[in-house]
Design a protein around this ligand. Structure first.
Ligand code: 3PG
Ligand code: MG
Length: 419
């Protein structure tokens, strides 16, 4: 449980709210507005309850990281490179302010390209009921600095823009940054927005006390990035479904042949450890029983059905087969809650997208039966959107790294400040 905007009287108050408007952009045009739309309920609530001003802030991409990459590339290409020029047109929040204004049907005043410092007079001079948006917080090195003193410098400045800090940036809640966490030290009260509340309400019980039986479906390419989440979910799951590229490390650890499938040989012991832990905890482990393979990792490759656990020489597993899907169906059938993170096949390739699509359908059906179904993590969310089933899940997270870290049982800085 976190404190939320419902606990605040906004009448006449100045509000500073962190949102995660780190959305995909192309040539200054928003490509996916999910995160923007997800913040609107909080924005509308705050304005409808009489806030004097609402100042919105977000990062957009990572200017310093991109600048570093561009610099390295320029050096490789033997070109001179002008950081200021490179950064100038990118990562700007103005188009996002305009997009939000259109969505809200009311003005959003952009505070200017010159950054987030020194905006108090500008904000305080706005008419009552104005929404202001600041420039990308990550233009300031203080935002992401490892040095808390540096972070506090920006945090203190941002804190002068509001009497209340609202954090609705779930997608950035795992970052200990000036605008996501440090700011809370310098404002009288910090609360979560409706998005933050919903994310925590759906994700947190999966590691604390989920409705049981709980089924965890974990896919994706790499075991190494999912060890902590597998160990964490094992504690409450009755079944653990492991799919995607990472499943082949598990199959190899069990002594199966995997052909040329993706494998992390340095994770075989980890896989064995997880297999043992599942056995000891009485958790049913569901690994692929059959596969859709190909001779190369290519969207145009010819699918080859392999009707067994072992993958023949020269082939790689790119999707799960019908027996595996039947096994998924059997465990999902009795689930009272389901957490799904990561695709079970290469769903970006049309020919190898079936397994992941079937998982989406099975999970959606479970929602229909009354199970709590939560989808977290960028790729599985993309898969659910692709098959048009997002609305049939109890909750589809707006966080990638944040949802994963929450499921790992970690405390997230951006959430802790709302407790
Ligand atoms: C995301 O999209 O992952 C969040 O907005 C956090 O961004 P970051 O990974 O650059 O911190
Ligand atoms: Mg990220």
């Amino acid at each position: 449980m976190i404190r939320t905007i419902k606990d605040i009287k906004f009448d006449g108050k100045r509000v500073i709210m962190r949102v995660d408007f780190n959305v995909p952009m192309k040539d200054g045009v928003v490509q996916d507005d999910t995160r923007i739309v997800a913040a609107i309920p909080s924005i509308e609530y705050i304005m409808a309850h009489g806030a004097m001003t609402l100042v919105l802030m977000s990062h957009l991409g990572d200017p310093s990281k991109d600048a570093k990459k561009a610099k390295e590339k320029a050096e490789r290409d033997g070109k001179t490179w002008d950081e200021a020029k490179y950064i100038a047109g990118k990562h700007r929040m103005r188009p996002i302010a305009e997009y939000l204004a259109a969505k809200l049907g009311r003005p959003v005043v952009f505070a200017g390209e010159d950054g987030c410092f020194g905006k108090k007079a500008f904000i305080d001079s706005q008419a009552a009921g104005t929404i202001v948006m600041l420039e990308n917080t990550r233009f300031h090195k203080e935002e992401t600095s490892d040095d808390p003193v540096a972070r506090d410098k920006l945090a203190k400045e941002l804190a002068t823009y509001g009497d209340v800090f609202v954090n609705d940036a779930f997608g950035t809640a795992h970052r200990d940054h000036a605008s996501t966490a440090s700011i809370a030290k310098f404002v009288p009260v910090s609360v979560g927005g409706f998005l933050m509340e919903k994310e925590v309400a759906y994700l947190e019980p999966m590691v604390t006390n989920p409705p049981k039986p709980m089924v965890a479906i974990i896919g994706g390419a790499k075991v190494s990035s999912k060890i902590a989440v597998l160990e964490s979910l094992l504690r409450n799951a009755s079944a653990l479904v492991i799919g995607g590229g990472m499943a082949y490390t598990f199959l190899k650890a069990q002594g199966h042949t995997i052909g040329t499938s993706l494998v992390e040989d340095d994770q075989l012991d980890t896989a064995r450890h997880i297999i043992d832990a599942a056995k000891k905890a009485g958790v049913k482990l569901v690994l692929p029983l059959d596969h859709v393979c190909a001779d190369k990792f290519d969207a145009a490759a010819t699918p080859v059905a392999v009707d067994g656990v072992d993958v023949p020489t020269g082939l790689m597993g790119l999707d799960v087969g019908p027996k595996t899907i039947a096994a998924y169906k059997a465990v999902i059938a009795t689930a009272k809650s389901i957490i799904w993170n990561g695709p079970v096949g290469v769903f970006e390739f049309e020919k190898f997208a079936k397994g992941t699509g079937e998982v989406a359908r099975l999970v959606a059906e479970a929602t229909g039966r009354g199970a709590i179904t939560v989808v977290g993590g960028g790729d599985s969310v993309a898969a659910v959107n692709k098959v048009g089933l997002a609305a049939q899940m109890s909750h589809v997270s707006t966080g990638g790294g944040a949802s994963l870290e929450l499921l790992e049982g970690k405390k997230l800085p951006g959430i802790e400040v709302c407790r």
